[in-house]
Ligand binder design. Sequence first.
Ligand code: 1CP
Length: 342
Amino acid sequence: MSEKTILRALKGERLPVPPVWMMRQAGRYLPEYRATRAQAGDFLSLCYNPDLAAEVTLQPIRRYGFDAAILFADILLLPQALGLDLWFVTGEGPRLSTVTTAAQVAALKPAAAIHDTLSPIYETVRILARELPRETTLIGFAGAPWTVATYMVAGRGTPDQAPAHAFMAQDRAAFAALIDLITQGTIDYLSAQIEAGAEVVKLFDSWAGSLKGRDFDDFALEPTRRIIAALKSRHPGIPVIAFPREAGPRYAGFARATGADCVALDNSVSADWAAAEVQKDGCVQGNLNPRLLVSGGDELVAETRRIVQAFSQGPHIFNLGHGITPEADPDNVTRMLEAIRG
Ligand code: 1CP
């Protein structure tokens, strides 16, 4: 049995057909996901139920035969494990109790305490490591510290991350202490996922685009570098995918600066630019606009082929530029796969 395609691409191999998976591939666009979530009762109960979380992780693999499965969980479980309240408001999104002062940062739980809350997630990983088809790669994940901090400071998703920027401006040392705690917790969380059977881990820095200059260096690049260095020292050879979403020109050099094996690209960067400036340092992942899985048609097929072609001279994992949306048509995913695999 030859090595899994995703692991080969992550080592820098150029493959004739790129391996493929999709961000949010287990999600509300699939009727079988909606049924299992209803069975669980709510989103958080689904995350913390290892049998049902493993089931929804497997659903898109059964339906489409993606080359990777991503653990079903959420980046906001770590703040909960650090002591914040977390709940989801139907139709609106996540809500958390907030951290806006040095004293509140100091009152959070230590990183070592996270396993008390997160151990069901490791059980989900163990089930998946047993049940996935042998050719499918299991990806674990966490939020990158900046993105996680934006939710902890604001208590919810924000369009411009203004509350986190305000905390940073008002007390940079306290904000840096929060980033340090999340960084340590993320190392322990991802390490436990790897011990349970994750073969690759991904860091989602969904809001990296709002950090500029020195702030990008201190709060996107440096925490990512520290997490990757610690994981690779504990688990030699573990591949890491970094997703500094909307980093724009800062995508160039990001893999070299952080030690990431692969950089995931959002759909605001052109595939031709990224092939020249980012792929020269190793594997890239991306970057179809998820909107095309709603609209479909010839544009979906043409754009999918264009991305495959643009990245065909180097290592590439096909993916979306961001998560698939609930309005996407499941048949459009099949059309996308046919355009990739022929
Ligand atoms: O109603 C539902 O069923 C919940 C929708 C949902 C899902 C399917 C949420 C709530 N989280 C998830 C799962 C999830 N989240 C995964 C599972 C694996 C997969 O990809 O299939 C992953 C990797 C995430 C990561 C995540 N959660 C990110 C980073 C990636 C991204 O999309 O930018 C972020 C920012 C979150 C927070 C979050 N969780 C859920 C929502 C709606 C949000 C965004 C909130 C906001 O900013 O307003």
